[in-house]
Ligand binder design. Structure first.
Ligand SMILES: [Zn+2]
Length: 448
């Protein structure tokens, strides 16, 4: 391990970041649930606690103050995920801590816990999370509810110029956030009730496969008129990323079985031809409107998913067919990091976005950044996306990302691979200029 180059460290710390990916809840929602330590266990930590053996129902009871926002958030994002009913919803703060404590001690070694400890130290002035500090942390979180908190954390603490937020809302705080919007609900319609909801959102009647595609386009145009800068797809949580080129006929057969029935609709697998067809339609709409498509690849947050569904190599037919599209591939494709890097090297319409990876594994993030610098053109590497539901954890993520970038660039200088000036330019590209250019963001205006 090389030493940290002080010039690079200072440069990386001073860059006003362009943040490609967040799930930050609205500040009004935050003010309802930021009442105690459980606020920082909305996701990620909770997955490691469950992996360590905590029961999912007890996890829901522990983070009960977050429960409404979590359920609403997943509904907004059209993620088919069952959130278990909490075991008890009337546990005291002390009881909730005691239920969590043994498992928290077991996840202290994971990077999610490290991110949490950086966050509480720097944002709330609490040195550790343990039986002696959870009340102090809870009070600090409750006290932080007030005007301008989001701006304080995202600007003054994290130094983020602008964040692209995936919360299925275009009604975001304009000095901090711009929306990425999902069209996955148009792809994954499965029942008459789903179509009715899409008719409601689009304001159009949907009686045919063509109507469905038209309603999707009209909805996208509405999102863009309200500021959307990207289309986001999270379907790797629900199905394989292989979107076959299916005939209209196959898709229409599936559509007609949905449209004409009052019952349950199609089983998920029977709907695949319709989903495949609609994904191709979504990409064509993104091309026509000039929006990049953000694609979730690799590890799915939560527990007990099917990782092979999310292998980024399933997407190659889309990259080959839609040369005019811009695919921003998320999360380093972890654990398929080498295949993922190869796709960004190979295809001019694919960019490599390591959002989330620095808090999954800083070690793998460093190795992958070394690999990307050696293999992928410097205009296609995106190094920061906070991928958090809370501004505080986005801050912790920004700290860990700056550490990863500063250390890798220092090592590359030590190896004699990069000169210092070259490394400075690369840092600015990865942390700011590349995403600003891909998403056409006016960061000069945002910085004012
Ligand atoms: Zn995400």
């Amino acid at each position: 391990m090389g030493h940290i180059n002080e010039r690079i460290k200072a440069e990386v710390e001073s860059i006003s970041l362009v943040d490609t990916h967040e799930h930050i809840m609205l500040e009004a929602e935050r003010n309802e649930c930021a009442v105690d330590f459980s606020y920082l266990f909305a996701h990620y930590n909770s997955s490691d606690l469950i992996s360590a053996g905590l029961s999912p129902r007890m996890m829901e009871a522990i983070r009960f103050p977050m429960h409404r926002v979590r359920v609403e958030g997943y509904k907004h994002r059209k993620v088919r995920r069952i959130i278990p009913e909490p075991e008890k919803d009337n546990m005291s703060l002390d009881e909730r801590w005691q239920a969590m404590e043994p498992f928290w001690e077991m996840i202290r070694n994971t990077a999610y816990a490290k991110q949490t400890l950086i966050t509480i130290r720097d944002v709330f002035g609490v040195d550790d999370l343990n039986r002696n500090t959870y009340r102090q942390l809870s009070e600090a979180i409750a006290k932080s509810r007030g005007p301008d908190w989001y701006r304080h954390v995202m600007k003054e603490k994290a130094n983020i110029a602008v964040s692209i937020v995936d919360w299925q809302s275009t009604d975001l705080q304009p000095d901090l956030f711009v929306p990425a919007m999902r069209l996955d609900h148009f792809i994954s319609a499965q029942s008459r009730a789903d179509l009715v909801a899409l008719e409601g959102e689009s304001g159009m009647a949907i009686h045919s496969l063509d109507d469905l595609a038209k309603a999707m386009r009209a909805t996208l145009e509405g999102y863009i008129s309200r500021g959307a800068v990207a289309v986001k797809s999270g379907l790797a949580y629900n199905r394989i990323l292989k979107y076959d080129k299916v005939s209209r006929y196959e898709a229409e057969v599936a559509f007609n079985r949905i449209a004409g029935h009052l019952g349950e609709g199609l089983a998920w697998l029977e709907a695949k031809p319709l989903q495949d067809y609609m994904m191709h339609q979504v990409i064509r709409a993104a091309i026509d409107t000039g929006l990049p498509v953000q694609v979730h690849t690799g590890l799915q947050e939560g527990n007990e998913n099917i990782i092979t569904n999310a292998n980024p190599t399933h997407l190659v037919n889309l990259f080959i067919e839609y040369k005019e599209a811009r695919f921003d591939l998320f999360h380093g494709g972890y654990p398929y990091v080498h295949e993922w890097a190869t796709l960004a090297k190979n295809f001019s319409n694919v960019t490599a976005d390591i959002t989330w990876l620095p808090i999954i594994s800083p070690g793998i993030a460093r190795q992958l950044l070394h690999e990307l610098i050696e293999t992928v053109p410097g205009n296609k590497i995106m190094a920061f996306g906070g991928d958090s539901m809370t501004v505080e954890m986005a801050y912790g993520h920004s700290v860990m990302t700056r550490q990863v970038v500063a250390r890798v660039l220092s090592e590359k200088i030590d190896e004699g691979y990069l000169g210092e000036d070259e490394a400075v330019v690369l840092a600015r590209r990865m942390l700011r200029d590349n995403p600003a250019s891909l998403y056409k963001l006016d960061i000069a205006e945002k910085r004012a």
